[in-house]
Each structure stands twice: as C-alpha cells, then as structure tokens.
Ligand binder design. Sequence first.
Ligand SMILES: O=P(O)(O)OC[C@H]1O[C@H](O[C@H]2O[C@H](CO)[C@@H](O)[C@H](O)[C@H]2O)[C@H](O)[C@@H](O)[C@@H]1O
Ligand SMILES: [Mg+2]
Length: 892
Amino acid sequence: MPTDKPSNGVSGRIINCVSQLPYKISRNDSLDPATGTKGCGWQITPVMGNSALYSSLYYLRDSSQWEEHVVGWTGEIDPGNGFAYVASTDQPAPVSDKDSKYMGGDASEDPLYLSKEEKRVLAEMLQNEEDAKHKLTIHPVWLLRRDQSRWREYAENVVWPALHYILNPPDDGQKENTWWYDYVKFNEAYAMKVAQIYQPGDIIWVHDYYLMLLPQLLRMRFQDALIAYFHHTPWPSNEYFRCLSKRKLLLDGILGSNRVCFQNFGFARHFVSGCKRLLDSTSTKMKSKDDGTDGWLISAYGGDVVVDSSPIGVDTHGLLTEAFTSDIDQKVATIKQAYVGKKIIFGSDRLDTVNGVVQKLQAFETFLAMFPQWRDKVVLIQASSPGSAEIDLRLEQQVNDLVNSINSQYGNLNFSPVQHYHMRIPRDVYLSLLRAADLCVITSVRDGMNITALEYVTVKSKKSNENCYANPLVLSEFSGSSTVLKDALIVNPWDSVAVAKTINKALLMPADEKVSLECKLWSCVPTIQDWNDKFLARMIAIAEKESQDNKITPALNRPLLLKNYQLAKRRLFLFDYDGTLTPIVQDPAAAIPSARLYRILSKLAADPKNQIWIISGRDQQFLSKWLGSRMPQLGLSAEHGCFLKDVSSTDWVNLTTKFDMSWQIKVSEVMDHYTLHTPGSSIERKKVALTWHYRRADPELGEFNAAKMKEKLEEFTKDLGLEVMEGKANIEVRPKFVNKGEIVKRLVWHPHGEKQLGNDEFTPDENVPKDQLPEFILCLGDDATDEDMFRQLNSIESQWQSKFPKDTNEWGHYGIYPVTVGSASKKTVAKAHLTDPQQVLDTLGLLVGDVSLFQSGGTVDLDDRGHLVNSESSVKSEIAGAAYNKRTASQK
Ligand SMILES: O=P(O)(O)OC[C@H]1O[C@H](O[C@H]2O[C@H](CO)[C@@H](O)[C@H](O)[C@H]2O)[C@H](O)[C@@H](O)[C@@H]1O
Ligand SMILES: [Mg+2]
C-alpha cells in the first residue's frame, strides 16, 4: 500500500485505460422457462485472462489511498436475439475474436442498437459488479458497430505481429488502411471518455498496444496532464518496428506520455533506439533515485519523457489463498493418483506462433528419444487455449501431428505420454495442475511477461501433502519472465536437444537443490502490490519534478484545426520551405516542390479567404523559379526576411537597402577558409545572406568545424548588427534586424487581403481593427530561425488577449497555430508539433479535402458506434438502430 499521501498536484485519482473491461455483456433474450415469456435482460459475466492487469485494477480498487476509474471498451457485445454471436466468454481480453460473427440477420438490421436508457442500465450493471465499498468507477467505452471485431484488427493484425518479430506478407495496404482508421477511432473514443472525467492532478495510466495513440490525444487536450503508458507485450528491435508504415505516428502517440514503461530493460532500450532513429530524439541515460532502476530521459518535442522498465507481478497472496483450499487439495490428490508412478510435466500456453507449444512438443519427443529410461514414467499435460482463428488451423494441425507422433511412438493402449487439451481450462483445474506438477516447461519464443511462470513459482513456494514443494521450472530465454526469474533452468526453445537435456536434469534434481533454486526464484517474483506502489510512487516523483520549462509540445490537433479552418473567414498561412514543405536532402538544389505540394498549395490558394506566404531562408531566385513563377498568388519572403514579394505580384522589395554589406567580404573569407579544410562543404552565396553547408562533409569534421567557424564569426560580427545562425547542417550570416519574426509581425498586423506597401519602411499598424485581422493563422517551420516566427505569434496572441479579450473563437483562443516540424528532441516555443514534411502535407491535405480526417487523430466527437457525431453515417446508423429496436420490441 502506498504509505505517503499523494501530494504535489497529484489528486489521488487514477484513470486506468485498458483495452477491454474485465466483463462480457450478453443480451439474454431467451425464453424464461418459469414464466414462458421472453426475457429482455442483459447478462454480465467476468472475462478470464489478462490476470496480471486485472489484478492490478483490483489492487488499486481495494487501496484506501487511491480513487480508481477504469475506462475500457465493452469488448464484443453478444447481441443475442437469434444473432448467434460466436464468442466465448473465457477468451483472454486481448485475444482476437476472429471467429466472432453474426450468423443470420439482415445486413440492414442492427442488433447492437442500444438506447440511452439501455446504456445507462448496462453501465449501472457493470458498476454493480463492483462492491459498493470499493472506490472504483467503471466508464464503458461504447463502440456498437455490427462488425465489432473491427476495433481489434489493426492492433492484432498489424501491431501485435511486429511486436513479436513477425513480418506480415506485403500487400496493397488497403485493408490495413481501413484498420488504421478504426484504430485511430478506437483511441479517439477513449480520449473522449477520459476527457469527460479528467480532473487536474489525476494520473492517467494507459495500458498496452491497442492504445498507443491515446497519450498524445490526451496531451492535445490536457497539456499539463500526468500520463503514463505501460507496454505489456515485448518491444522489438527497431529493425522490426520500423517495418510498420505508421511507425512514426505510433511512436509519436506514445510520446505524449510523461513516462513510458516496459516489462524489462531490453524492451525499453529497443524503444529508445526506435525514437532516436525514427524521430531523431535524443536520449540521456539515468538511474532512478527512487528505486535505482536504469532508464532514459528522451527529449520529445520540448519536454522530457522518462523511459524505464518495471516487470509486472502477480497477486501472490491472493494466488496462494486461492490455490491452497481443500477443494484444490482434493483435485491435486486425484491428479497424482491418476498418474501414480509418473512425473508430471505441465504446460499452459495460448496456441499461437509465439508461445512455443510446437517447440515444447518437439523437445519432449527428443527427450523421450534421448532418455528411454523415462518412457512410461513421465506425462506431459499441455493445456493450449485457443489463439486467433487463422493461425489456429495451421498450428493445430502441426500440434496434433506431433501429439499423435509422440503418443504412437512412446504410448500404449493404457497410456499416452502427451495429454493435450486444446481449450482454456477452468481456473481450479489450472491451479491444481500447477500444484501437482513435478516440472513446468515454458518454451515461449517471445512474450512480454509469462504469468504462468510467476504463478508456478509462487505456488511451489508453499509446502503441501503431495510432495510438490519447490519443483523446478524450465524457462525460455526469450520469455520476458526470464529477466526476472534468472535462476530458472533457462533454455533456448529452438534447441530441442538442450531442452530435452534440461528436462532430464530437472527431473533428476535432488530435493535440496530444488529448494535452494525455488528460494532464489520466489524472492524474485514481483508482486502486483509492489508493482503498483512503485509505479505510482515514480509517477508522483515525476509530477514533483515537472516544471514549466519541461512541457511536452503536443502533436497538432488536426481535427480541431480543420474545424477552426472551416469556420474562419480570414485565414493566413505562414510556411517555411526547407524541412517543412519539402524534406531535407543532400543537395540544396534538389529540394524542389513535389507535385503533391503544388496541388495542395493550389487548392489552398484557390480559396479567396486564404493568404499564403512562404517565408524562407532561400534566395529570391530559387523561390521565384519554383514557387512564384508557377503560383504568383503566393506571397514570398526570401533570405530569412530580407526580401518580400507580395501576393499576386512579381516585384520584390529589398528590406535591407540601407544596411552596409561590406561585412560579406570578411565573412566570405572565413567561410572560404573552412571550406578548404572541410572536404564536401560549400558556400551558398545569396544576395544578402551567406550560408556555409556541411551536409555532404564527414559529419564529425563538419560539426567540429561548424562550431569553430561559428565562434570565429560571432567574435567579429557582434558589433556589426549581424546574426550567425546554426541551421540544419549549415551556418548562415545575415543582418540581425531582419528575421522571419519581423515578417510575420508585418503580415499579421495588416488588413487581411490588402496589398503590402511596397517599401522597406513598413511599421506594423497595431490599430487594425480585429474584424480585419486574420481569424486563423497556421505557421509551420522546422528550424531555429522559425522560432522567431513562433515567438512573434505568441507575443501577438498575448497582445490580442489584452486588446481584444472578448473576440476569442468558440475554443477560447484566436486561431493562432505556431507549429514546429521535425525532430522530437527540439526545444521550441511552438504550441504544437508535426513529425515531418509528409505529415505537413497530410495536414494541409486535410484542410483542402484531400486526406481523411482519421489519417491521424485529434479532438473529434464520435457517437457510440464510432461515427463522427452528426455525420451522415451517424444519422443513418441511428435511424437503422431505432428501427431495429422498434421491430424487435413489437415481436416480443
Ligand atoms: O528557411 P528555409 O526555407 O527552411 O531554408 C533554410 C535553408 O535551407 C536550405 O538548406 C537546407 O536544406 C537543404 C535542402 O534540403 C539541405 O541540403 C541543407 O543541408 C539545409 O541546411 C538552403 O540551402 C538554405 O539557403 C536555407 O537558408
Ligand atoms: Mg526550414
């Protein structure tokens, strides 16, 4: 139990977001045999599986310290009523219900329509499953579309395989795209639910890979929220993770958290490496002061995210109470009697490609072949719970073949050495087998944390009658639990000879050695109590450390941006060019606009409400050639604000005419010197600014000489009114009095749509009435010089707050969006971020109708079926559902 009262801004409330509530809802419309009438009730049954996560929820529920709120999807609701919904209640929560489908029923009918009242009643029933004394409130996430398994598809068919080192075969990506939209919506539905209950100071705890986007969606809404993400499954090497087409969006989604935690150090290390490679994050290693564990601080869009590990545990006390009852004693005795004179090897796994059932059977076959003395003296009882439908068929066949082969070679009429149960065995049978086993063998080829391993060691820690105390465990080195249970008999499941030898060794192990091993293992089993307490203590410590200057810059809330855009009558776009509208490339001359960029800019520019400006470090020649000459309707500013070309004009204005340019000679000399000493570097000579590029030089030499050159240039330019800027693999020098911020000031403080004055004496007119100023400003930039624009916009926003306090929009602001593009590691004064130029184009594409709203997330209001509120599909689906309800009611 936590000892200290939560303090320092922590409210004492936890919002646990889980991919599925621990209950199954079924409509119970069967005939009531007592009355002969049709019932119209609902049935709620607990869901088995996911025992560690659910026991964590129950532990917090029982704690007097915390008030717990659980937000979770209802899972597939069994609609009853002749729509035989094939889904077993005993599936573990995260397993795909691939065989869940409706049989019968007209496609136009929607048996999942639930009226408001029905949802209220069901929510109440779910809540009633909780004892009144507990401080736990259940918040169901309703997603009532008829094809309910759609919400699992992306997580289970795309993310899960990659996390387990399985690459899907290539295809045209269409199915995956549809699944992705559902995945975004699934996460959106959670964000909406959390937003309804969130209070400042709450700890939001997001669990696992169904909800990778949720932290960022919440960060968009609540910048100060304390968010933790715990990843229950393995995290793969980046070589696998980077194969996902949405890799950046997924990482970016998780990085909305203050803390990202894994089952072990290795998984955390892979995650950090992914962030570094895919998002250009930087990381620093650290040791937690609280519990001495190793971890990292990774810089994510202006803030720091803690990445560490903490293996989940089991409720050891509860388990021992549950496993040592007189009923289970009896069952253990019955099992022992059934196999008298034989050693019992037990295994309990889900039947999928990663849990290693095939490897186990192969090793057992090898064992019987290598050690004939054990034939007839050992039985393998293997319980394999069903996995997902597609994989089952192939695996099932392979497993059946192996079982038959072993039993026919080494069995006889009275005895089969492998007893295989392809089913989820009841809890009491499972516990009896754990207790009765002389050995447990786990040959998983990939898992986050094998709970059976922890439960086996726990059960073996207690003495009982049947001589089962301290029996050993053979454990795969690829199981997450091997990092915790280091003293188990560790094996490589791919080496069946080694596994066979280890089984032999384990079965022959003397009693004192078994006891000594068990003592070591038992002392390492993490308890769920400890796991929760440590996890939350760490979150409190993080909350205490959070400071104003360590705010994570949220991802740009695109749906909100779209709404704001659609409602605004005067819109101003301020775009940087390199690294924002085009990706950074080796050769500056090759960074030309793509066809997609032209198309989107043309569409934007075609709307008379829009004024579009490109504010770049490029010179006039480049901007005119690639943008101005093709799209004169764009306003252009060259060389970081030195030159200006108005919207729909061809004339450039030089804003630096009065500035003495003799400095160029000396700067050029310095740059020449370093160019000579840095092979691959070059100088870009613009009209005013000079840029030294070292992208094509040896990176280390380039960086080293850039630093030296900068120092040198700063020395003699400080009194000349010049600025020496560090850009992306470049050093630039230009007059200080012009910068992109000054241009922004000039463009914003200007009657919208009116011509710019063609002179360099322009002073912004801060008396322009509000109804002539832009109502929507989107400013995008990737580099240090773009921070001047963001700073300027932030200052304009503050000015407007005091000047026009009543003129905010319906979201309480002025529609000003300073957005940084690119590396997660940057410190920025922007209010939001986008990861790369591709996301920039996706965002602009969204505004002009080229891109779907659900390509990436943000604040959207969904109805209880996952349709956009008030959209055509939402209205249609509501009508169909109500009609269905009316019809079935009249049949009753
Ligand atoms: O303000 P911007 O529009 O972003 O321009 C900044 C500088 O961009 C160019 O250099 C950078 O992009 C090149 C092409 O991707 C890349 O090769 C180089 O390493 C980058 O520094 C441009 O050449 C400069 O003149 C701009 O000032
Ligand atoms: Mg740029």
